[in-house]
Design a protein around this ligand. Sequence first.
Ligand code: GUN
Length: 386
Amino acid sequence: MGGAAVAVLAAATARRKSGPFVSLFSRAARRLHDAAETAAAEEDKAGTQSRRRRRSSSSLLLGPDFLDTWDPISRDTTPQAPPRCAQADYDRTATIIDGKSIAEDIRFHIAEEVCQMKRSVGHVPGLAVVLVGDRRDSESYVRYKVKGCEEVGIKSLLAKLPGNCSEDEVMDSVSRFNEDPSVHGILVQLPLPEFMDEERILSTISLEKDVDGFHPLNVGNLALRSRNPLFVPCAAKACIELLLQSGIELMGKHVAVIGRSKVVGLPTSLLLQRHHATVSVIHAFTTNPEAITRESDIVISAAGVANLVRGSWLKQGAVVIDVGTNPIEDPTSDYGYRLTGDVCFEEAVNVASAITPVPGGVGPVTIAMLLGNTLDSAKRVYGQSD
Ligand code: GUN
């Protein structure tokens, strides 16, 4: 509210009030009001017109909805080879953060708790996955999630729908799982086919079963540090878990998060702030991202662009968490492609003090976090949460 408006409101409030403070308050309010009027008159001369023109509607204030397209190449549908990284020609300095073994440890403890739950209440946690279409990457992620459930004794249910099904059919699957008491967690594998309204579908998932943490209330509660979300998105939790388990201090550290997606970048930046880190969010419209990463103690990349982060982007001794899983052609691989990260590993490993590999870094810990969220949800249902 502008100064003049505050003064007017104060004067009006004072007029409505009675008692000994009224005249004093009105005098003060009038003085404020007069001062504001004088200032406004002066500003008027200096250019009210341009100020009026600049005042925006609330939809404009929320910003235009631009997609993060990282480079002109990615708009092209023909696959392009990512930039080649320089081969290491001197000793590596970085510790490799072993996501596989950290995930194994977490799964071990989850399996123990699932056994205990079965003994005490006769139920196990249940995770339902909705998969729409036949994207190879989504199918393989879902396979890993189902396998993870099997390993720890969580029941998994899969609703597989064709890519040309209707939005209502997806919503029906979600609703059925919402009502099923044996299901404690529901996830709709993203991305959905482009014609579907992702937000509408995701907000159908019951808040209490939103193990992905994408429901607007869970995201909002994550953003508000005085509140606690029921679930935090799994990849964001995985990044923090990897850093904490590697003994890396977050408080006061400058962290560059590359990417601002609902799945990784946004929740990771929010979670880092809850850990009192200073966060720079880099996105496709950021000018000179390398200058920001070079200033950062920790770089977390979730841009989805192979080899985006070069060795020259990093400060000596920085910690690097690579969330990227980008398929690149590889005729020597069984599938004709292999997964590579956002970070040019061969270069970064000579500059960083610690780095996660791809594969074997963030991925397995993310799945362990999903199993953990499902277990937490079931514990809440059966009155076993701390
Ligand atoms: N697609 C890629 N990562 C994720 C994830 O964490 N959850 C869901 N639902 N879809 C994804």
